[in-house]
Design a protein around this ligand. Structure first.
Ligand code: F6R
Length: 252
């Protein structure tokens, strides 16, 4: 695991966008796993800048988003579909046919989940998976659980997650209770994982996830067992890391 600590959110966004741009430069046909939420917004803006200023090319790339709310239509501004088009896809040259986001409006959600998993396999698997982390340690919407077994599945969102998501909705009753999410197994099959965290509110969970017990109670702790994880932390999210961690790579 390589841990990069940046001075601020701008630095986190630049460092993460550079890693993604490097992946695309080396392998233009890369399969990218993408996340929503507040943390990757700066990264997406940097990728848009690199596309416009340095011709970063997405024309051969394929993307799979981690998750989508159940029962929120794709044209609803709160959907993750809307988020991704507004914050990234509309401003880069990725082909519509290569974009994949779970359909939370599918009549048969189980079938949708199985088809999503098959589509990832058919694309050759995910080369680089971007992740944020929830305050409860979730990655994707894999909430604290009793096992690490899941592939793409329907999730009942945790109360803590519902409260955290409420900031994006005008009324509490609008906040979705269910989502379709890649499972822990889906995420762990990615060749490289890029985990981001910003702000002091994530310091405890980052410490637990990276240095605590590997347990489904902190879903992100499974990442300790992945052979190729890069963690990019804004320095306030890194305050609880052991000072002696040998491979910590400080970027100031
Ligand atoms: C989003 C996702 C979530 C978020 C996590 C952190 O697609 O899967 O796991 O990454 O909730 O969200 P922020 O970045 O808003 O703190």
């Amino acid at each position: 695991m390589r841990i990069i600590v940046t001075e601020d959110y701008e630095g986190l966004s630049i460092e993460t966008a550079r890693i993604i741009a490097g992946q695309l430069a080396l392998i233009p046909r890369s399969v990218l796993g993408l996340a929503t939420g507040g943390t990757p917004l700066g990264t997406y803006q940097k990728l848009i800048d690199y596309h416009h200023q340095h011709h970063l090319d997405f024309s051969q790339a394929t993307s799979f988003n981690l998750d989508e709310y159940v029962g929120v239509a794709t044209d609803n501004p709160h959907s993750y579909h809307a988020y991704m088009f507004k914050n990234l896809f509309d401003a880069i040259n990725i082909h519509r046919k290569n974009i994949h986001i779970p359909n939370g409006m599918a009549g048969d959600l189980e079938r949708e989940c199985a088809a999503y998993e098959t589509a990832i396999e058919n694309a050759g698997g995910i080369d680089l998976q971007l992740l944020g982390i929830g305050n409860n340690g979730h990655i994707g919407f894999n909430e604290p659980d009793l096992s690490f077994e899941a592939i793409t599945h329907v999730v009942k969102l945790d109360d803590q997650t519902i409260r955290a998501n409420a900031r994006f909705f005008s009324r509490p009753e609008e906040v979705p209770q269910y989502a379709v999410s890649m499972g822990i197994k889906t995420i762990m099959r990615a060749r490289t994982i890029l985990l981001l965290a910003n702000g002091s509110g994530k310091a405890d969970v980052i410490h637990q996830a990276l240095f605590g017990e590997i347990s489904p109670r902190i879903p992100a702790s499974i990442l300790q067992l992945h052979p190729n994880v890069i963690v990019v932390l804004e320095q306030d999210a890194a305050t609880k890391l052991p000072k002696t961690y040998p491979n910590k790579f400080l970027l100031f």
